[in-house]
Design a protein around this ligand. Structure first.
Ligand code: GDP
Ligand code: GDP
Length: 463
């Protein structure tokens, strides 16, 4: 469950300012998707412990073609895909006709809308916002996006339904735990240790198949499903949500997260669906392992890199598949391999496969990498091992001196998994150069045999 917020409003009301403030919480990578959408931006953000997505829909002018056409063209999909809409107006400018047109449109939607009056800094908020009650969208949330004023309160309101839902889920799982304790919990210690060791046993691997339109996602999904026993097949999908398909392969259960919409076997029905960035981003958030499909005939586009960026930013395990590798001549293949090296060289942890979804070539090997990535991401690593590896790394290659003093790396412990987090304690760590950080990362990756997942190393000063 990843909530989606859409920011809507005419130009200059402060949408990008608010967008930047919201996405800052997650060090978020913000991506434009050229060709797919006009002036739209997508970002990952977090509120309390909850991760969510935010879309800046770009400005709605209310120009000649008429606001409805423009809304339909540009912001409709975003609004449709959002769980809640933040409609921004400029508190200092008063109500404009574009505001009125947008408001009218939003009133017709069956969506929670929050009317946000921005730029209340240095003015009497009550006075300037009162004007906007005429838009008939209920309460007015005064904020100053540039300074952050009112933003937390706004999010408290916007996310209230989600927090309730999460609390309910949490409650349920606690009740389950209690029940389990009563039944099996004679030795609480043992139960806890077991939970520590094997939290993922018997859990299906959620595998998202993502990529831009036409790279061959549906063909690949059908190929995978055609070869394997499909436990449940037909599941209705909506525009904004992927189809979740449980399946089994080599005695491992999976849930395929199908962002393309499978075309049904034996039928000619084409699932003609609009490519949805939000759907892709939600699939990434929800997956354990992301399978990014690229098109050998098209090379690597900015769109591919944007999608990839989101997967990396979400810390997901990753497998790369270059599809349509069939029938290419050697020169083209060599060129493409060079391009891949050049543009994807920075992702040193992900396995790269050359496949043909159409003919099935290489598809089986994908699953080996998916397995490996998942195992790596969820592997339990003990603290003494991490410290031992750290000592080995330091012995092989000492950290540099900083202002005449040597940087001390003292010990390490595990800070989480999926992706694995390693916490290193020491002194003068802020002086540790990027090259040494990379060295440690690679050293850990090699020593632990971790492949397919990013590793995060956090540095803590002192003991
Ligand atoms: P957008 O076109 O809706 O994305 O608007 P921008 O975020 O680009 O903001 C338009 C202008 O309003 C910029 O000059 C911002 O610096 C300014 N602005 C945004 N938020 C605030 C605010 O909270 N207070 C004030 N005084 N100015 C703001
Ligand atoms: P999606 O939009 O990513 O789901 O892409 P599709 O699976 O619909 O494939 C787009 C087009 O590429 C179709 O015409 C497919 O037949 C073709 N295609 C898919 N995989 C391959 C492949 O491995 N080799 C070749 N030559 N064509 C492929």
């Amino acid at each position: 469950m990843t909530p989606v917020l859409a920011l809507v409003g005419r130009p200059n009301v402060g949408k990008s300012t608010l967008f930047n403030r919201l996405t800052r919480t997650r060090d978020a990578l913000v991506a434009d998707f050229p060709g797919l959408t006009r002036d739209r931006k997508y970002g990952q953000a977090s509120y309390r412990d909850m991760e969510y997505l935010v879309i800046d829909t770009g400005g709605i002018h209310g120009g000649e073609e008429g606001i409805d056409a423009e809304m339909a063209d540009q912001s409709m999909q975003a609004i449709e895909e959002a769980d809640a809409v933040l409609f921004l107006v400029d508190a200092r400018a008063g109500v404009t006709s574009a505001d009125e047109a947008i408001a009218e449109h939003l009133r017709r939607q069956d969506k929670p809308v929050f009317l946000v009056a921005n730029k209340i800094d240095g003015v009497d908020a009550d006075v300037v916002t009162a004007d906007f009650y005429s838009l008939a969208l209920g309460d007015i949330h005064g904020i100053a996006a540039a300074h952050g004023r009112g933003v937390t309160q706004l999010l408290d309101q916007a996310f209230a339904p989600f927090l309730e839902e999460m609390a309910a889920l949490h409650q349920e799982s606690e009740e389950d735990d209690e029940w389990a304790d009563g039944e099996f919990g004679d030795d609480e210690q043992a139960v806890e240790e077991d939970a520590e060791r094997q939290p993922f046993e018997d859990m299906p691997i959620k595998l998202a198949i993502i990529g831009r339109p036409n790279v061959g996602k549906s063909t690949l999904t059908n190929r995978i499903l055609g070869e394997e026993r499909v436990v449940v097949y037909d599941m209705p999908g909506t525009t904004r949500d992927s189809i979740y398909i449980p399946m089994e392969r080599d005695e491992q259960e999976y849930v395929l997260i199908d962002t393309a919409g499978v075309r049904r076997r034996g039928k000619v029905t084409e699932a003609v669906e609009k490519f949805s960035v939000i759907k892709t981003l939600k699939a990434i958030e929800d997956a354990n392992v992301v399978l990014l499909v690229l098109d050998a005939r098209e090379g690597i586009s900015d769109q591919d890199l944007s999608i990839l960026g989101f997967a990396l930013n979400a810390g997901r395990s990753l497998v790369l598949a270059v599809n349509k590798w069939d029938g290419l001549d050697q020169v083209v293949k060599d060129d493409l391999k060079r391009e891949l090296d050049r543009r994807l060289g920075f992702i040193d942890f992900a396995r790269l496969h050359f496949i043909s979804a159409l003919h099935g070539t290489g598809v089986g090997h994908l699953f080996e990498s998916v397995q490996e990535a998942y195992q790596s991401a969820t592997k339990r690593i003990n603290t003494s091992m991490l410290t031992r590896i750290l000592k080995g790394a330091v012995e092989d290659h000492n950290p540099p001196m900083v202002q005449g003093r040597r940087i001390k790396l003292r010990y390490a412990h595990a800070g989480g998994y999926n992706p694995p987090i390693i916490v290193i304690h020491g002194n003068q760590l802020s002086g540790l150069p990027e090259s040494y950080r990379r060295y440690l990362m690679n050293y850990y990756r090699r020593s632990l045999g971790i492949m397919g997942t990013p590793i995060r190393i956090e540095y803590r000063e002192g003991v």
